[in-house]
Design a binder for this molecule. Structure first.
Ligand code: 7RM
Length: 632
């Protein structure tokens, strides 16, 4: 069994050992898994070329670790407890035995549809058990999954399908989300009209709504599963074979397909899950993330199932039918570890304490936070109102690229400090550097957050473009992984994450590139130029503020333009990227060399334009007065 740290002293000793002898440390953890063949060498690495291999020569299948190995010890324990959007619909529990059978059936169905090892399969699904089942079925047969959050638009979906040349999309007819019913299949139809690689669309019947049908391409999931065997041998995978691709936003260009490999990802997510949350046998663990994001991959599916945990999957939203839904579910399922995002905490905090107080939350032992910095007020409300002052909060800092939690308290071991992610996980070697790349070794400092040694679940490449991965993460500072975040370190060595230093913004825990939103706005025919920045938002963490210039001859009133721009962004990316504020300006503040001075736009958006600093390099300083006067 994967070991679990039990005290702060043990954490410190384990951490020191993991730094002194990383290979010895990780091989002893990896020994606790099921391998078809053990590795020949623990680690080979070269950051400059981004050539990192863990457990070299090892053979395994991650689903044998998530499923088969638990059949001997916990066949009748719940693996997944699914809670529907509508509280009046029944909860579904899948035991490890049942989940194993369902995954095998689905794997056989995928094979019968022509899927094979190495194929890329795209998912565009609501949070239903079939999503987890089919993701695991891909892993069973060695197909690579690429899950796309079902809030993205058809064109965003098509881009991702084409980038990875996926052969199949797995979707549903529709999606129940709060009081809304979303036409999922329609979005997929629109996307696959522009994706020549797609041969099959596999459709789960969920809402029962009417859908268009292409007999050659579309297959109902229940038909595909009909008569399939509940046994399916797990494909033998190399440690370094790709397990999945997950698209994420950066500061430039289109989203990148972050590639994760099999063995290292499995070892790291399992170890971090068990330790951070202090999961004990019999506990019920719930992460509220969507499986369309890395948090859902690592800490709803792979980490918990590999650890033999009971993991809750929730289809709905925190405010339906009312703002007490999370707490009703915690009470009903007696959830022991609860993991959510600050944006949800702030939104629920704003609805009032009575929604929490109505429910019995005494089962909670550990609270988790992820996705963005948690502000002090939200931290205390979470700690005192939800946790009743008795449960530690694990503020977990990590990224799509890191695969698993990097800096976080170990529940009940690490001393907590509000707003601090505290200490690196065993095996993680963070460093702060100055803008010249010099390592800052003292404490009580602020710097750019890098990692100087490989860890098992780190990004291996960006799909189809290795150079891009090197340039994005390993070129900025020699021989270090650059996270894009700035952080502070206090006198005890605790880390506090400040936030992104690049043009990536974090809106309700959703990561977005400002350039992506600008590109979408530019699709509006009458927009000449757009500049997008983030600004502090009480609930979302950051809001999206767009400055735009329009063609001279445009006669429309501003309300119409604003509405059209929001629509265009929704169409090209998805509703999550709609700007909160749109300001039409005469001109953008540019330097003589033509660069937009985003610093000025950020200050205006933040409402701190009183102190703009040096604006002497501006080509036309008068645009700034116009922008300040029209600030939203
Ligand atoms: C897991 C996830 C990554 C970015 C990252 C940070 C921010 C994430 C925290 C956080 C402060 C945290 N992956 N971030 N967790 N900031 N405290 N605990 O969110 O790829 O979608 O985003 O999110 O800026 O670079 S992600």
């Amino acid at each position: 069994m994967t070991p679990r740290i039990g005290s702060f002293e043990e954490y410190q000793a384990t951490y020191n050992q993991s730094v002194q002898d990383p290979e010895g440390f990780w091989s002893s953890i990896a020994d606790t898994f099921t391998w078809k063949k053990k590795w020949d060498k623990v680690l080979e690495w070269d950051f400059r070329q981004l050539d990192v291999k863990w457990f070299v020569g090892g053979k395994l299948n991650i689903t044998e670790n998530c499923l088969d190995r638990h059949l001997a010890t916990r066949p009748d324990q719940a693996a997944i407890i699914w809670e529907p959007n509508d509280p009046n619909e029944d909860t579904i529990t899948l035991t490890y035995r049942q989940l194993h059978a369902e995954v095998c059936k689905m794997a056989n169905a995928l094979k019968a549809l022509g899927a094979k090892k190495g194929d890329r399969i795209c998912f565009y699904m609501p949070m239903v058990p079939e999503l987890a089942i089919a993701v695991l079925a891909c892993a069973r047969i060695g197909a690579i999954h690429s899950v796309v959050f079902a809030g993205f638009s058809a064109s965003a979906l098509a881009d991702r399908i084409n980038d990875a040349t996926c052969s199949m999309v797995i979707c549903s007819d529709g999606n129940f989300r709060g009081s809304k019913k979303i036409a999922v299949k329609d979005v997929v139809d629109e996307a696959v009209a522009n994706t020549p690689s797609i041969k099959k669309v596999l459709v789960l019947r969920r809402t029962g709504q009417a859908v268009n049908w292409d007999d050659h391409r579309d297959v109902w999931m229940h038909d595909a599963l009909d008569g399939m065997s509940t046994e399916c041998e797990a494909e033998e995978m190399d440690s370094e074979d790709t397990l999945f691709i997950l698209y994420t936003s950066g500061s430039t260009g289109k989203p990148k397909g972050v590639v994760h490999s099999t063995a290292g990802y499995m070892v790291y997510t399992t170890y971090s899950f068990k330790n951070v949350f202090q999961y004990e046998d019999g506990d019920v663990y719930w992460c509220t993330a969507d499986i369309g994001w890395i948090t859902g991959h690592s800490y709803i599916i792979y980490g918990p199932l590999s650890a033999g945990a009971t993991t809750v999957m929730f289809e709905g939203v925190p405010t339906f039918p009312d703002a007490g839904r999370f707490w009703e579910i915690v009470d009903k399922l007696k959830v022991n570890q609860f993991y959510t995002a600050p944006t949800a905490i702030r939104a629920l905090m704003a609805k009032g304490d009575e929604f929490v107080e109505k429910h019995d939350l005494s089962s909670i032992k550990v609270l988790g936070s992820v996705g963005e910095p948690i502000n002090e007020e939200a931290w205390h409300w979470y700690h005192d109102m939800v946790g009743k002052g008795k449960s530690p909060i694990v503020d977990t800092w990590w990224q799509t690229e890191t695969g698993g939690i990097m800096i976080s308290p170990i529940a009940n071991s690490t001393p907590l400090k509000p707003c601090f992610a505290t200490k690196p996980m065993p095996g993680i070697q963070p460093v702060l550097v100055d803008s010249d790349g010099n390592e800052i070794t003292e404490n009580e400092v602020e710097g750019l957050l890098c990692v100087k040694f490989p860890w098992p679940s780190m990004i291996r490449t960006t799909y189809g473009n290795h150079e891009r991965a090197i340039n994005t993460y390993f070129k900025m500072f020699d021989n270090k992984y650059f996270t894009g975040d700035a952080a502070k370190r206090d006198s005890d060595g605790n880390y506090r994450i400040i936030g992104r230093v690049d043009d990536v913004i974090n809106v309700s825990g959703h990561r977005m590139g400002t350039a992506e939103v600008e590109d979408a706005i530019d699709q509006h025919p009458e927009v000449v130029e757009a500049a997008v920045v983030g600004y502090p938002h009480d609930i979302k963490g950051q809001g999206i503020y767009a400055y735009i210039t329009m063609a001279d001859n445009v006669q429309k009133d501003e309300d119409t333009i604003v509405k059209e721009i929001r629509d265009v962004v929704s169409k090209h990316i998805g509703p999550i990227a709609k700007p909160d504020k749109i300001q039409v300006v005469k001109g953008l503040p540019k330097t003589r060399s033509g660069k937009i001075m985003r610093r000025i736009l950020r200050k205006v958006a933040e409402g701190t334009a009183g102190n703009l600093g040096d604006t002497s390099t501006l080509l036309d300083p008068s645009v700034v007065d116009d922008i300040k006067a029209g600030a939203k």
